[in-house]
Design a protein around this ligand. Sequence first.
Ligand SMILES: [Zn+2]
Length: 325
Amino acid sequence: MNGKNWMIVWLAAGMAALPRGVLAWGPEGHAVVGDLAAGLLTPDAKRQVKSILGNKRLGDYEVSSWPDEIRGAQEYEKRYPGNGRWHFVEFNVSEKYDEDFELKLPGDGHDIVTQVGRWQKELAAKGNRMPRRRDALKFLVHFTADLHQPLHCAYRYGDMGGNMIPVHSFQGRNYRISAEDAPEHLPDLHSVWDECMVYELMAGRSRPAFAKALQEGIGGEQLRRWSQGPPFDWATDSYWRARKQAYRWANGENLPFKWARPGMDLTSENYIDARLPLVQEQLQKAGVRLARLLNEALDPDYAPPAVGESALPPDGGKAPAAGGG
Ligand SMILES: [Zn+2]
């Protein structure tokens, strides 16, 4: 398929109507995480969400992708200063894994981990009125999903989570449209994870069918295990997934650091098929964890499902060994 036809496919998929996610799961990724969480709310939390959102749902683009839409808007920069940085945290993938290894937040609060915690508290705060409470809900829905896109919690040599690593083709399709394209609209490793990988996983299914399949794939043991821990641990997990998988070819070798175009050719064999299971699991985890955060904030009787001895992950939840990374 040539570039022009490929663009038509994007248009047909409704992508062009929305801002391209430069630092976010694409709209579909966010929507499906919202859909998953909606199915896991307690009746009390469901009622509260409805009272905040009216006839909108968690997965609707106006809710789940709203923080991407307001990025850079002056009005919102005034209301929520620094919000452009709340979509990610920069953990260094090339940091040596030795006894001094430690992942640290920047400390100024303008990172995704801090913001997930912050907006959960703001959502729970009874004193908060509209529209702040609604904004809190939308921030929480969006950032919890972004936190699970591995490249939102990692960078390598100043590449901004893969935003600087060009991709020339994906499944043989070169989707550069013309020579006049603005450079920020050319595909890169980050946007591949935000959008192309999600579309590949959807495989032509509608969003409700896709969400249903993801939901049915979540076992009781996964539900318990994924419901544990603080957002910092989830970000740490994302970081290791980026380091061990997103930044590597299927054969385990590191992706190139080259910033120059034309960039990489990603195929089923050399990258995509090996990474799709991770995309699926990250979306599922995000849905489960978003539901937990919402239930905690909105339902005083909620307690996360208890995790039994046997339900602990085999590695006790520790980071995978970092050999060679
Ligand atoms: Zn985002």
